[in-house]
Write a protein that binds this ligand. Sequence first.
Ligand code: PRP
Length: 215
Amino acid sequence: MDDMLNVALPKGRLGEKVYEMFAAAGFPCPELLQPNRKLIFENPEANVRYYWVKPSDVAIYVERGAADVGVAGKDIIIEYAPEVYELLDLGLGKCRMCVAAQKDFRENPERTLRVATKFPHIAAGYYAGQSRDIDIIKLNGSIEVAPILGLSDVIVDIVETGTTLKENNLEVFETIMPISARLIANKAGFRFKNELIEKLCAGLAGVLGKERADA
Ligand code: PRP
């Protein structure tokens, strides 16, 4: 079996910050920072291999063991409930899952609430907890358009800066949960590559501790 640590990184700005943390934690791979379209990088000296994957796919790579560890948002972890270990909150990619609607929206408990979202399980769980009847409309992006065009009454979506809501005349009605990026590990990989994964966790905990002390 391959004895390198295989890491699935979320492609994009969050992934670049994650890589910097991993490098500082003892798993550098300088080639990864070069401007090119490669998706796989390795540094045999540091015993690490990185893959850039779509953020929402990280958990799939880790669950199936194609990667030993990865970094995924808590939103994805709750929505897809992958069979993985969640090891650390990296404190990156902070945002919140919210219910939002047009400013003049008034809740009518007599009617089924139409909810547009990329996160049908999170939305269903949230409204089940309130015994509220809902009709879920699963979309894949630009969710904010749905209530404006009358496709839905509300949306359940990620809010980071709030700019997208504001610029589309929507506002937050309820906050469902805070979200941040988590280090996840494949269950078998955690046993077989325990030494490497423990080294990574200890290194990341050191980086996080230093960041908090500097703040
Ligand atoms: C996410 C989310 C909101 C936006 C929130 O969309 O679905 O649309 O970011 O960010 P803000 O509060 O900082 O404005 P994403 O960029 O992932 O694109 P999508 O519409 O394709 O889902």
